[in-house]
Design a protein around this ligand. Structure first.
Ligand code: C2E
Ligand code: MG
Ligand code: MG
Ligand code: MG
Length: 289
């Protein structure tokens, strides 16, 4: 009897497990196929969207963050929050990440040739931890820049705070090697990881991105307002500039501007846009060449 019960329980457990494993495998297979066709140049499922990063002082677009989008063959949108971790675990992120990087650099080059902007537009691209750990990352990036004819200083790489803090010394060494190509760096989602403030000044990064969670609560709790203010002040002391993520209202923007936060990003300005829509936005803001 106990055995029968045990078996029944085992089967209930295994059905749930099985569904999970199957859908996870399905996702992995779909993603693998989507990446393969993207690389072949018929990228129907995968695309890169661009969200403007706006100067809070001038209101002008300073650059864009590249954000990958996936609409699978059934037409369903799958969030990067869901598939990036799968891409990480399977190693697919290396090919995917390189494709995103190349697409983004190519698009930026087109914009730079199409619009005169002073200072020049920059593109921010998220790097996953596997990508960052690649031994030949520097050569790969150098090759892409050369192929496209993009200046290194136009490209900014975003690494998360937790990635940066994992192995501080080797992270710093790697950043320095990439900065020899004139690339810029941001620390993404700042405030959500476990930064030791004593390490922060050692990171040769240009920008801190205040995590959206603080920005969205900064008008509700005095603690969050204080955290945002402290991050902005600290960044400036360390010679970095600041991007506030997830600005959704005019009053958040105004408060951040008063705190002398340099840049903002969020639905208040624009959602991430496909390339054509981002181009249309740019042409409203600037003069064509
Ligand atoms: P992230 O790098 O911090 O990107 C910002 C996320 O916040 C994006 O979500 C963006 O659409 C969203 N966002 C921007 N403004 C607002 C706002 O005002 N309100 C709200 N509610 N959300 C806003 P998304 O595109 O879903 O990406 C989520 C995360 O997935 C990213 O966080 C990043 O960690 C990862 N990710 C996205 N694209 C890529 C990529 O191309 N490569 C890698 N490695 N990771 C990526
Ligand atoms: Mg980012
Ligand atoms: Mg972020
Ligand atoms: Mg974030």
């Amino acid at each position: 009897r106990a055995k029968a019960l045990g078996k029944a329980r085992y089967e209930v457990f295994s059905v749930g497990m099985r569904t999970q494993v199957v859908s996870r495998l399905q996702l992995e297979n779909d993603l693998r196929r989507a990446i393969a066709s993207a690389i072949e140049g018929n990228s129907q499922e995968l695309s890169v969207h661009y969200q403007p990063i706006v100067s809070l002082e001038t209101g002008k677009i300073a650059g864009f963050e590249a954000l990958v989008r996936w609409q699978n063959s059934q037409g369903k949108f799958i969030s990067p929050v869901e598939f990036i971790p799968v891409a990480e675990e399977t190693g697919l992120i290396v090919t995917l990440g390189e494709w995103i990087l190349e697409q983004s650099c190519r698009q930026l080059r087109i914009w730079q040739q199409q619009f005169t902007m002073q200072p020049e537009l920059t593109i921010s691209v998220n790097l996953s931890s596997q990508q960052f750990a690649q031994p030949d990352l520097i050569e790969r990036i150098e090759q892409i820049l050369k192929k496209i004819g993009l200046n290194g200083h136009s490209l900014k790489l975003e690494i998360t705070e937790s990635m940066a803090m994992k192995d501080v010394d080797s992270t710093i060494a790697k950043i320095l090697r990439l900065k020899a190509l004139n690339l810029k760096f941001s620390i993404d989602d700042f405030g959500t990881g476990y930064s030791s403030l004593s390490y922060l000044h050692r990171f040769p990064v240009d920008t801190l991105k205040v995590d959206r969670s603080f920005v969205s609560r900064m008008e509700e709790t005095t603690e969050d307002a204080a955290i945002v203010q402290t991050i902005v002040m600290l960044s400036h002391i360390l010679g970095m500039d600041v991007i506030a993520e997830g600005i959704e209202t005019a009053s958040q923007m105004e408060k951040l501007r008063i705190l002398q936060c340099e840049y903002g990003q969020g639905y208040f300005f624009s959602k991430p846009l496909h390339a054509e829509a981002a181009t249309a936005l740019l042409s409203q803001y600037t003069n064509s060449v």
